[in-house]
Design a protein around this ligand. Structure first.
Ligand SMILES: O=C(O)CCC(=O)C(=O)O
Ligand SMILES: [Fe+2]
Length: 348
């Protein structure tokens, strides 16, 4: 594991980027702002169509009108910063163990890359106390309260978003409520990933988080104010060079990403968005990514109401853990490996 103490290089006090963290330059291609990156106010009339269009073309959008109190966002960020400010040896007390999702360590996707990333994270899967009690003996109640409150708000928002997105696929209210994996969302695990990207003396050489798609249904991401760093691949991938588009922080918005399981559920209609994080010289960025997915025992396949005589299922059904197992072996070839032969995706 890259975070073993004897291999530890402290990215918080680094004066240069060592070879272990130096990424080849093809990882730093074209970056542009794109004013057509979708912004959807989910409290506004007519937003169902806008959400659907965003999921099809970008697989990501800013969501505003979400109702999550600003004050809670500030408290989450403050607690995340307090966590990352702990000395490395203390953080290691909550190190992510193999076979477990929770805990401290490099980004979970690190094992797929030969170079180390300029970030670290805490994964809170289930009760935040499991992690917090290892770090603070008496002083964890505020951290836990804030993360639990945030988890509840995120679950509410997630359910709302899932419903809207299903309506955008043309399902009526009754059918949207009957889609198996979605109906079961209330017993789905909550997974919150807190990420820390310290300032980097040579940002062009380092990588905050390498390009990937998320595995679940949706990710709801809050990023701290400042220089930003999140980039997504814009529409039109496959026709010419990849266009990495910056998605800077907005105080009034979360970024929503469509993940691989929603790509499967929508039978390929929605794009599972490739994204990455670059770092900067002056700003210590933190983010909180809330992952929404089905309970472990629920199989996810294309929604049957989306299938017809001219459109068969493009993917075979998989559970989330099964899919994570496939990703652990194949990483970005995982979706292809659950694709059924002979069916293709219609591009809208
Ligand atoms: O920090 C960010 O903006 C993105 C984090 C992310 O992509 C992830 O945790 O999967
Ligand atoms: Fe991600």
């Amino acid at each position: 594991m890259p975070s073993l103490p004897n291999e530890h290089f402290d990215i918080y006090s680094a004066r240069n980027v060592p070879d272990s963290h130096s990424w080849p330059t093809e990882h730093h291609v074209t970056v542009a702002r794109d004013s057509s990156f979708p912004v959807v106010d989910i409290s506004a009339p007519g937003m169902v169509v806008a959400v659907g269009a965003a999921c099809r073309s970008w697989g990501a959008f800013y969501v505003t009108g979400h109702g999550v109190p600003e004050d809670l966002l500030r408290r989450v960020e403050a607690q995340a910063r307090r966590l990352f400010a702990l000395p490395h040896h203390r953080k290691l007390l909550a190190a992510r163990r193999s076979g477990s999702t929770s805990g401290y360590g490099p980004p979970p996707l690190s094992s797929f890359f030969p170079k180390l990333m300029w970030s670290e994270g805490f994964t809170l899967a289930g009760d935040p106390l499991d992690v917090a009690a290892k770090l603070w003996q008496d002083d964890h109640s505020l951290f836990c309260e804030v993360m639990e409150e945030y988890g509840k708000e995120m679950k509410k928002l997630a359910n709302r978003l899932m419903k809207v997105i299903l309506l955008s696929l043309g399902l009526d209210e009754e059918k949207a409520g009957r889609v198996g994996p979605v109906k079961e969302l209330t017993r789905a695990p909550s997974v919150l990933q807190l990420n820390s990207y310290p300032p980097c003396p040579e940002p062009d050489q380092a990588m905050g988080m390498a390009a990937h798609t998320d595995s679940g249904f949706l990710t709801v991401l809050h990023q701290s104010d400042g220089a930003g760093g999140l980039q997504v691949v814009g529409p039109g991938e496959g026709n010419g060079p990849v266009r990495w588009i910056a998605v800077p922080p907005r105080a009034d918005a979360f970024v929503v990403n469509v993940g691989d399981l929603f790509h499967i559920l929508s039978n390929g209609r929605f794009k599972s968005v490739r994204h990455r994080v670059v770092v900067n010289r002056g700003d210590h960025r933190v983010s909180a990514a809330y992952f929404i997915g089905p309970p472990a025992d629920v199989k996810v396949g294309p929604i049957r109401w989306l299938l017809g005589s001219d459109q068969g299922p493009v993917f075979r059904p998989v559970t989330w853990p099964e899919y994570l197992g496939i990703r652990a072996r194949l990483f970005d070839k995982a979706l292809d490996s659950v694709r059924l032969p002979g069916n293709r995706i219609d591009d809208d």
